[in-house]
Design a protein around this ligand. Structure first.
Ligand SMILES: [Fe+2]
Ligand SMILES: [Fe+2]
Length: 195
């Protein structure tokens, strides 16, 4: 990971410590996984990586134990997150126009829950692929299970239902490799249940 992304992560960690359980692992997984699937020549990583690292910092300002599945909490953590991201990025003298764009993207990052397909937003489309895929990753699955408060089987059902909705609302995989990786992780989690 580029040094500047590590610095951003370091500055974000104190907020994540006050935020939602499992989110430190969540953003570390995102920032380590995304570069394996997206070519740096295709999109500006100086936008994509800070988006992945900072998008959920706003949970630090959300009342403890509030339900992250609720739409008002989704909105609130996005609004607070955009403000915190600006503060962090300004402190490290990040380019002004990139701060502006990152604020806009963080504000919108959860709008899939309001039916947004992200079809015209390549950064959000890529980001959302992985933000969603986290729930089938080894550490993301138990974290998500804790949020939906279901047993493992019920959690898999909830994930598959959510993926059906993604397809229905036009949130498609940015490339085939990403879609294949989701299928692989989902298969692994299903196999664990059967054991
Ligand atoms: Fe979020
Ligand atoms: Fe997230």
């Amino acid at each position: 990971m580029k040094k500047i992304y590590k610095i951003i992560l370091e500055k974000a960690l104190p907020y994540y410590e006050k935020g939602r359980k499992g989110d430190i692992e969540h953003v570390k997984w995102l920032s380590n996984t995304i570069p394996n699937f997206v070519d740096e020549k295709e999109v500006d990583f100086d936008i994509l990586m800070p988006l992945a690292i900072l998008h959920d910092v706003g949970y630090s300002k959300v009342p403890k134990d509030s339900d992250p599945l609720k739409l008002d909490i989704r909105k609130l953590h996005s609004e607070e997150g955009a403000k915190i991201a600006e503060k962090i990025l300004k402190k490290i003298n990040y380019p002004q126009e990139k701060i502006k764009e990152l604020k806009r993207l963080i504000l919108k990052h959860d709008n899939w829950a309001f039916g947004d397909s992200f079809a015209t937003e390549p950064y959000l489309r890529i980001f959302n692929n992985f933000d969603f895929m986290w729930v089938v990753s080894p550490k993301g699955f138990p974290a998500y299970q804790n949020i939906v408060k279901k047993d493992a089987k019920g959690t898999i059902e909830a994930i598959e239902k959510a993926q059906e909705k993604n397809i229905e609302q036009g949130r498609v995989w940015y490339n085939k490799k990403i879609g294949n990786y989701y299928e692989k992780l989902l298969k692994e989690r299903k196999k664990e249940i059967k054991q």
